[in-house]
Write a protein that binds this ligand. Sequence first.
Ligand SMILES: NC(=O)c1ccc[n+]([C@@H]2O[C@H](COP(=O)([O-])OP(=O)(O)OC[C@H]3O[C@@H](n4cnc5c(N)ncnc54)[C@H](O)[C@@H]3O)[C@@H](O)[C@H]2O)c1
Length: 407
Amino acid sequence: MIEKSKVKIAIVGARFAADLHMDAYHNVPGVDIEITGVASKDSENAKAFCNRHGLDPRIVHEDVSTMIKEVDADIIDLAVPPFIHVPFAIEAAKAGKNVICEKPLTGYFGDQSIPVEERKNVGLTDKKIMFQECLKDCKKIDKVFSDNEVTFCYAENWVYAPPIVKAKRLLKASKGKILEIRGCEGHSGSHSPFAAEWKYTGGGSLIRMAAHPYGAAIHLKMWEGLTQNGAAIYPKSVIATTTRNRKLLKDLPPDVDYINSRPVDVEDWSCGIITFEDGTNAVIFGSDITLGGVDNWLNIYASSTRIECKLSNNNTVMGYAPTNKQFEDEYTIEKIETKAGWSSAQPNEDFMFGYPHEMKDFIQSVLEQKQPESDLRLAIWATKVMYAAYLSAESGQKIEIPSGFNL
Ligand SMILES: NC(=O)c1ccc[n+]([C@@H]2O[C@H](COP(=O)([O-])OP(=O)(O)OC[C@H]3O[C@@H](n4cnc5c(N)ncnc54)[C@H](O)[C@@H]3O)[C@@H](O)[C@H]2O)c1
């Protein structure tokens, strides 16, 4: 146990997710959090991050691996694209440091003997090979974390999102059995240049966006089994389909082309059906072709209750503006295309998405050396289900999900 109420964190990555994490750290009560290092591919980027968050730019490290090894930190926070999650997490564990890692845990990113910048059309690789390689990665990280007695915190914020936490309370009160889950994450395209290519992200809308509802649905069924019968209910099989709609839009004139996603070798829409061990199902959508701001929801159909969780696009505050100009400098909702007309202005999106709550659990888990609610087991199951979904989409078959690490 770390004998102190001060926790030192070094962050890898310095843009979108790193900003979310930093804002969340400010909202963890009762613990003094010190950021002792920042590293990213581009150190100018890391310095700009320090500027935005009032950090001393002297904590910027040029080299990530050196920082992980040498920095005085209890936690390495990985807010980088998925292709470097596992290698950096393993380096951190071997250096005796706990890890917070963004979703998804991992994936397939092409031939590791070729520099990532030079890899081409990784998305065309046989999905069975992808799935096998991905399982090897999961096995490796599982072993390293069990050998090194450090905590792995999987930054699946939906597990902590207040609407989902409340849904668990309602489910518990109703004593019902979850019969069906439907969930979605959608918007009109990522801000991140890494999102367009399989070699950086390990897939498209399925793994980048639907990772959240997949993670939440798997978590809910595991939790249901554990709380009702002392044994988690795991995913058994998945059937899925994926599409790249962008190819249908390539001739659109720019002034009527509202969808921002520009996938190179990844899908921009997906739907998967997970069947769990008890025969119940979850239907999960991931979409990069959804206009109107981020669309995050999860509905639960149980034997004694029905619950609808709306994480985004809530109408608590509706603001009208005659043109785009009035709200130009004021935030309304993530990834909205226009601020003209009525806007569903989210009063506290980070809170509704569960970022401060996940960081509170992660910090407490590290201090108390316990497993967080969103842990490596969930990260591995979500990865296995999503790669089985890719194999299903390619083969047109329902795919059994291995309980271990072999296909
Ligand atoms: N939980 C959420 O709601 C949420 C939201 C967005 C992103 N994410 C996840 O966060 C991670 C980062 O996404 P993002 O949106 O911040 O991307 P981004 O493109 O905004 O930022 C990526 C950062 O990683 C750095 N980076 C890239 N390659 C690197 C390398 N080889 N070595 C060191 N640094 C490197 C970049 O310099 C940049 O600072 C991804 O895993 C993504 O899935 C999660």
